[in-house]
Design a protein. Structure first.
Length: 370
């Protein structure tokens, strides 16, 4: 562009280029129905949102990959996580627009899509990868094809979509792994993770917390037994509360295949931050954890909203790409979760007044480092 030419809105936003992209497979957009242009436009908007989501997720991930993350830098990561959440919330609303399509409206052009599928959205697969979805957690499409195979060019060769996903898989870290590395370095009770007494202090904190948690469960059990009606199975009720206490003990003593001592420390760090979230130096860490929970909740809601939109418009037909359609979408909403431990911590928290006192609370005050 000529440097002397004044910038215009339409040049900066590339309006004419953008408005020329809604013709699908036709040579002229005028050959398409309003319904088909709507379908194309909404999916293009989704892809633009996904582009922004990926930029923010990678920005947050790269911050946490640093060997030491300053407390004041966490605000930038929180801003990225919140922005992703807002994008997902807005994207959920687009499904209401898709639902203005009647079943017959969509069937009028649906065959044009075959064998294409929304599963071929490389950016959606990238988001899952960058977040940290494990390969072992992926769900079968319902057809005899690997999830990467459906991203190949129709002739069997590589496609831009496949190359995009390969690059994402080759990245050195996910948001989950970067967050867990940061959590692993969290000082527990004022002791750095690499200090000589770190293991002992960690065990001490967990022992005190588990004892406090057991007291809370016992108190709840006593109240439940007192309210139990005549004929209630008191033995089953006691067994349920006993299992609750046992499950908490197991959670903080993971087996080697779960990550052993490292996994225990990561979980303890989550619990520590949530339990003492009012302490000044834990203010931003707690916002990070809250931001991750909100983000994943909205991602699950996005998947659920997608499934209900598809069911409303086309029922439970086989997907255009041969997938199980709505059944596959429902399974992803149920099972595609990344931050399992962070959700589990919600179950383990206790009342603020019941939390055991810290041995070194001053470490987390504003005066530290002065």
């Amino acid at each position: 562009m000529d440097a002397e030419r004044p910038t215009t809105y339409w040049d900066y936003i590339r309006v004419e280029d953008l408005l020329g992209l809604q013709k699908g497979l036709a040579r002229d957009e005028r050959d398409l129905s309003n319904e088909e242009v709507l379908f194309i436009t909404v999916h293009q908007v989704f892809e633009l949102w996904f582009k922004l989501v990926l930029r923010e997720l990678r920005s947050a991930r790269d911050l946490f990959r640093a060997g030491r993350v300053a407390e004041q830098e966490l605000s930038g990561a929180v801003r990225s996580l919140r922005r992703v959440s807002v994008i997902l919330e807005r994207a959920c609303g687009h499904f209401a627009l898709m639902e203005t399509l009647t079943t017959r409206d969509y069937l009028a052009f649906r065959d044009k899509l075959m064998p294409a599928s929304g599963f071929q959205s490389a950016q959606m697969r990238e988001i899952e990868i960058v977040l940290g979805l494990e390969e072992s957690e992926r769900i079968e499409l319902g057809i005899d094809l690997d999830w990467l195979a459906v991203l190949r060019d129709p002739g069997g060769g590589d496609s831009p979509a496949l190359e995009r996903v390969r690059r994402a898989r080759a990245e050195p870290a996910t948001l989950k792994s970067a967050i867990e590395g940061w959590l692993e370095r969290t000082p527990i009770d004022g002791v750095e993770h690499d200090a000589a007494e770190a293991h002992e202090r960690l065990r001490g904190f967990l022992a005190r917390f588990l004892a406090a948690h057991a007291r809370e469960v016992d108190a709840t059990q006593a109240a439940a037994l007192a309210r139990a009606g005549e004929g209630a199975d008191l033995g089953a009720l006691r067994a349920r509360y006993a299992r609750e206490k046992e499950s908490v003990q197991r959670f903080f003593t993971p087996e080697a295949e779960e990550g052993g001592e490292r996994r225990a420390r990561i979980r303890a760090a989550m619990l520590f931050i949530e339990t003492y979230r009012e302490l000044p130096l834990l203010a931003w860490p707690r916002e990070v954890l809250d931001g991750l929970v909100e983000l994943e909740q909205l991602f699950v809601r996005f998947r659920q909203r997608h499934a209900r939109m598809v069911e409303r418009v086309i029922g439970r037909r086989t997907g255009t790409g041969g997938s199980a359609g709505v059944s596959y979408l429902d399974q992803t909403a149920l099972r595609y979760r990344v931050f399992h431990d962070l959700w589990a911590i919600r179950t383990l928290q206790i009342r603020r007044d019941a939390a055991p006192p810290l041995e070194n609370p001053d470490y987390y005050g504003f005066a530290r480092g002065e």
